[in-house]
Design a protein around this ligand. Sequence first.
Ligand code: AMP
Ligand code: GLY
Length: 433
Amino acid sequence: MMKLLVIGGGGREHALTWKLAQSDRVSKIFCTPGNAGTGQLAENIAVAPTELDRLVDLARQQHIDLTVVGPEAPLAIGIVDRFQAEGLRIFGPTAQAARIEADKAYAKQLMREQAVPTAEARIFTEYQAARAYVASRDQAVVIKAAGLAEGKGVIVCDDPADGLLALERVMKDRAFGDAGNTVVVEEKLTGQELSILAFVDGRSLYVLEASQDHKPIGEGDTGPNTGGMGAYTPVPIVTDAVMAQIEREILVPVVDGLTRRDVLYRGVLYAGLMLTMAGPKVLEFNCRFGDPEAQPILMRVRGNLVEVIEHALAGTLDQVELDYDPRPAVCVVMASGGYPGKYEKGKVIEGLDRVAELSDVVAFHAGTARRDRQVVTNGGRVLGVTALGTDLADAQKRAYEAVDMIRFEGAYCRRDIAAKALAGSSPAPSRSA
Ligand code: AMP
Ligand code: GLY
């Protein structure tokens, strides 16, 4: 029997803990720092994901057999390198491999070398040069802080004049600190966004089913970007042919490119894509599971996640064949009022007990904490209410029915999660009339 440690405390980590706890090989899970949801399945310990010394001590003292890392921050500062040096088993990419997310300029160069389709981009470290370039553009631009900025360091400027303001915010006002020392200026792509997650063992890939996130805070994809307001899987527009193209033109060349640079990528590789008229193009890579994408995906995975991770660690992913629940899953994020800006914490959450009685629905916790006998809000994204349904419309309906049973002051959710897929699935207008 195995003892596991799950690093992180968001919705993704609750979903990972929930899935890992189903394995008959797991006897105990620790979660650092976890949330009220993981606390029902695991022992939460108040250690932050970047306190590497304390995490190493914990893994030693508790004789942890396997550590699974949720968020990017500890990966980027080398938690995997550290654990490996101590002889502790851990799943995730090394700091060098995590640069694919932590340094967007590096990712761009890698894609260029490997001829991976992505937005046209220029990279700048000097404000004046960047300014001159943006001023010369007459089309929409996207300004990206190259470093880690919790998904908020990307500013899409439909009006090229706004590009200059965005650049000033990132490079002069240093809105994202050192993350904005280097800036990527990109052409704006249009199309539907997709998240493609794959297990990687250094050589082989095992690609999970496609999902779609909803990044902006407002319905109809309006307003500032968030960490993600909801997701669903599978995505009807991703046919087998599109998936094969993504694997052939994007995932495989990137892993090969890393290998050529002597970087062994072991962990989950997440490609954020735009499905453009000219085919799928990369917006970004992440070095971990998506949040909230992990919630609906893990709801559908039927196999043993511990075994998949062990194959990835052993370099035997080619032996993995995962079974999925054929029913689609929809995850609706309930957020604190004000998110992604300022918000209050400590609001009592009601109705979770009623949702717990529903079948094929899980309210994954994100920013929650236990206070006496109550569960209270403790972050921007509070819950990821996830439901399976006979089809996507049914999954959406069941997710929102559950959302409507839950109450806390200031609760906000988008009401259009999965709407794009449902609009797309209506019969095409007849051409013959
Ligand atoms: P990223 O963190 O690079 O994925 O960017 C966050 C979000 O900004 C993406 O999910 C897209 O919604 C948007 N975005 C990023 N790059 C582009 C681009 N080149 N064109 C259009 N939208 C983009
Ligand atoms: N949902 C977007 C992310 O995990 O980065």
